[in-house]
Ligand binder design. Sequence first.
Ligand code: CA
Length: 365
Amino acid sequence: MKRRDFLTTTAIATSGLALSACQRAEEKTAEGTAKKLQQKKVTLQLATSWPAHFPIMGTGVDTFAKRCFELSAGSLEIKIYPKNILVPALEVFDATSASQIDAFHSGVYYWKGKNPAFSIFGGMPLGLTSEEMITWMKFGGGYALWREMYAKFNLYPLIGGTTGPQMGGWFKKEIRTLQDLQGIKMRMPGLGGEVMKKLGVNPVLLPAGEIYTALERGTIDATEWVGPALDTMMGFSKVAPYYYKGWHEPGSILELTFNKTRWEKLSKQHQAIITSASEEMTSTMLQEFRYKNAKALQDLPKNVKIKTFSSEIMDAAKEALEEVLVQESQKSQDFTRALQSYQAFIALNTPWSDISTKHFLNLRE
Ligand code: CA
């Protein structure tokens, strides 16, 4: 072998050695990291406000937990407990706040009794759509306020899905005028319920399992729920065939909320995995709602009559909403702060929305 060849061969061999040593070191580090993650296997208990595997909302959380497990190579296990297994449906907030469980999945507006501002983070009648709500949260300051206000309950919230636009509800009789609404008993939560109250409706809050029976027996005259996909499953059309287009929930936000102390003890990797999986859950849930609502609308029972509330009723609802917002602002400084941030985003968003999304939708007609 010539000297030059020897040098070249040696150089290649040496660099090969250096490379494989380097690779081995990298593999060792990766192994070490994986081992570290595996050693620190974490199991979290998450309770929901839904029955087991409830379509879209419940199955969304199931998939979220599965994704966390996969992405963490099995080091992060989130155990899902449907409503009433560990804690009753509407006690998940308190149980997580008190560190009895690690996390929950629910709807934000259920907790307006804790702080009136929370109803704004859940969505506003006649307000922002799901896409706009998420934009306000992430870019317009909504998340920062929500997290600050939840921190007082030792909670750390993430958006845990969104329903897209909801329908206005099922009525036993046709509602033509404001007069027709007087004294009607309707299952209706959140700010929408407050507005309806001002229009003469008697809003009641009933858990999912009791709505159909109450409607059938005449204990209530109307109910709102979600949209065609979930509503038709509940059988409302059999007893209340007038199905009104929505106004009160244009883009409701669901939440995936953690006990803050527990959240802060999680590794950065586990926090990142949960955050990513929650974002995936949110976009998938929105798409699933859209697709399944579209399908269910096509297959609505023949007796269902789709109706639009009259402009008399909608004008009165807008006025009533203004009154409710003033009333709530006077009661709570947090509500005022959240509302100001929300309205600042509307002012920024509307001109662009008008010449883009709205324009395109109008062109399609
Ligand atoms: Ca609803």
